[in-house]
Ligand binder design. Structure first.
Ligand code: NI
Length: 172
């Protein structure tokens, strides 16, 4: 397996729309495995194709708690088919917006249809962190980041904070 490069803001690919995958080939399975390895190595709970420089509708996630057994989920062409009217706020972060967090409002429950790593059609209904993660990752595939939900003022502050920390890190 290979650890992949994670693209961070302001990389333009993060704002592009990823394209559907035509078939779940061995290459796609390898890419998903590499994405999982990259996500675990970066202590993330989710990763989408755009974030590793691939405009393909691929997502991996693992929302198991630290004390729980790993629960990797691999999705090809995920599509949210149901969203609850009830909303929740969750403090979100993203490997492409390192070390910055903000509260984002999301649907409390979603159902998502996708192909798994074996090309089997699946439907998953999720609440809590997994529901948030599914919405965050499918957003990535449409070129949307969690910070795009913030007011321009809040987003501006967050981006400035990130740039300041990057400058400090390069000076050290
Ligand atoms: Ni993200």
């Amino acid at each position: 397996m290979t650890k992949l490069k994670v693209f961070e803001i302001p990389a333009p690919i993060l704002h592009e729309k990823a394209l559907p995958v035509e078939a779940v080939t061995p290459e796609i399975r390898q890419t998903l495995a590499d994405m999982l390895e990259t996500m675990y190595a970066s202590n993330g709970v989710g990763l989408a194709g755009n974030q590793v420089g691939l405009l393909k509708r691929l997502v991996v996630m693992d929302c198991a708690g630290k004390e729980e057994e790993p629960c990797p989920i691999q999705m090809v062409n995920p599509k949210i088919i149901h969203k609850s009217a009830e909303m929740i706020f969750h403090n979100e972060g993203c490997l492409s917006v390192p070390q910055e967090y903000a509260d984002v409002e999301r649907h409390a429950e979603v159902s998502v249809q996708y192909l798994d790593e074996n090309g089997q059609e699946k439907t998953l209904t999720a609440t809590g962190l997994l529901s948030v993660c599914i919405q965050h990752e499918t957003d990535h595939l449409d070129g949307r980041l969690f910070i795009d939900y913030l007011s321009p003022l809040k987003r501006g502050r967050l981006v400035k904070h990130l740039e300041k920390r990057r400058r400090r890190e390069t000076e050290e």
